[in-house]
Design a protein around this ligand. Structure first.
Ligand SMILES: [Cu+2]
Length: 130
């Protein structure tokens, strides 16, 4: 149920211009997003969290997310109908994954061991803006 509410909230927005009360995957709120203005950005793990957990990048930024046997990387379901290239057909990626994000929107992900598909625990969101 929680997942449905989060997705419904994102879909109703349908854009990166958030209305007040916006909640992204992994409980990222608008003010939580940290803009990293670089061609390539690497998210790291710090104990059982991702850093930056709520990452904002410009379109066509190449983002690397960590993955390991301890922290298998899995993608959240597509948010805003944006295909999430970090999805794994297995439990999760056990190596770092790199993708260039060319479509604005939200990309959620989580650790299959310490997080879940509702965005609890070890999870994060990438917001891609023009
Ligand atoms: Cu983990």
């Amino acid at each position: 149920m929680k997942r449905f509410i989060i997705l419904a909230g994102l879909i109703s927005i349908g854009t990166y211009d958030q209305a007040a009360g916006f909640v992204g995957f992994a409980y990222c709120q608008e003010s939580d997003y940290q803009l990293v203005d670089a061609k390539t950005v690497t998210v790291v793990t710090q104990r059982r969290t991702y850093s930056p957990k709520c990452l904002k990048v410009k379109v066509n930024t190449t983002v690397t997310l960590p993955g390991s046997s301890i922290h298998p990387l899995q993608a959240a379901d597509n948010l805003n109908s944006v295909v999430n290239p970090f999805r794994s057909e297995n439990y999760g990626h056990t190596s770092a994954q790199t993708h260039t994000l060319s479509t604005p929107g939200f990309y959620g992900y989580f650790c299959a061991n310490h997080g879940d598909s509702d965005g609890n625990g070890m999870a994060g969101t990438i917001m891609v803006v023009p």
